[in-house]
Design a protein around this ligand. Structure first.
Ligand code: CA
Length: 257
């Protein structure tokens, strides 16, 4: 049974969510403010499979909660609830390390679908990670035969960098970077399509699971972050290229090398 922490100060929303999550077979608990959320997750080290995090909280807000988690290397999947669908809130949340977002008021079935998506991805990654020693999980799409797909061990190396999709780690010549689930998923999608143009719409559908209300600027923000991780000069990208008006293209071996 997946254990979900609902961080929300409005009691009727929090209790409604807990009731519905329990009806769907989750175990759900409520933290009424940011301080008690970080206290349970970081100080008491309670184990949750996912966190539904409201941004608008008294005292410590949702942005602070998620950035504290990530700073403490806690990578529990976080679905944040934004009060308005303000792009700047969404981008700020992603920059702080949230994995997905939903504008309030939300439709319960959409929240459950998003939550399931996050849990599926993290369970899949954990399974891939734990079976790395004993077997060779194949992370490729069914039928994929492209030589640039990730290796049997779920890693992909280029230009002195290695992405480990099982542990969500990116090793660069200078750094070891912990990726969030969504950063890793986007990288995996780009790597799978190495050399090919990937449209924003395709990313929305295949990485985010078709969230029609997701602002495509959220994708651009992810790309800005990924460039900070993998490019020598993020302002002059050589690996993660913008294709104007369309989307992005990942190139493992830039020309003129
Ligand atoms: Ca609130």
């Amino acid at each position: 049974m997946s254990r979900v922490l609902v961080v929300e100060d409005e009691a009727h929303i929090a209790q409604g969510l807990r009731f519905n999550l329990e009806a769907e077979g989750y175990s759900a608990e409520i933290a009424g403010d940011g301080e008690s959320a970080t206290d349970r997750l970081l100080h008491k080290k309670e184990d949750f499979d996912a966190v539904v995090l409201d941004i608008m909280l008294p005292g410590k807000d949702g942005f602070s909660v998620v950035s504290e988690l990530r700073a403490a290397r806690n990578y529990v999947p976080v679905l944040m609830l934004t009060a308005r669908s303000r792009p700047e809130d969404v981008l700020k949340g992603f920059a702080a390390g949230a994995d997905d977002y939903l504008p309030k008021p939300f439709d319960l079935s959409i929240l459950l679908a998003r939550l399931q998506g996050l849990l599926r991805r993290s369970q899949w990654m954990r399974a891939a990670h734990s079976s790395r020693v004993s077997s060779t999980p194949d992370l490729r799409e069914p039928g994929a035969s492209d030589p640039h797909t990730v290796s049997d061990f779920g890693t992909f190396s280029f230009a002195g960098r290695t992405i480990d999709f099982g542990t969500l780690e990116l090793r660069t010549p200078d750094n070891l970077i912990h990726l969030t689930l969504m950063e890793s998923e986007l990288l995996r999608h780009l790597v799978r399509n190495e050399g090919r143009i990937v449209s924003r719409k395709q990313i929305l559908e295949e990485v985010w699971g078709l969230h029609e209300d997701t602002d495509t600027r959220a994708i651009d923000n992810f790309v800005v972050r990924l460039r900070r991780y993998i490019e020598d000069d993020p302002a002059q990208p050589r690996y993660l290229l913008t294709v104007r008006g369309v989307g992005y293209r990942f190139v493992a071996k830039p020309e003129n090398e």
